[in-house]
Unconditional design. Sequence first.
Length: 83
Amino acid sequence: MIGLKKTTLLFEKDVYEILKQKSEINKKSIGEMAREAVTNYYSIKTKADKSEALKKLLKLECEVPEKYEDLEEEIIEGTLDDQ
């Protein structure tokens, strides 16, 4: 894996056993699960995550105002309507 840095994590025995079981069920290593957990907990987004989100947005078929001010107004109105 390119761009990874090594670190060591110590878990209590019972926590490690649960992680080991979950890693077998999910067919992922404990390290991979730990990386995902840290990334999700701290809302760290990779370039791949951002690219995937952009692809999903581009697939949406909706009208978008040409002016930023009009878009901002629609967002504010929508937020107020939801309250």
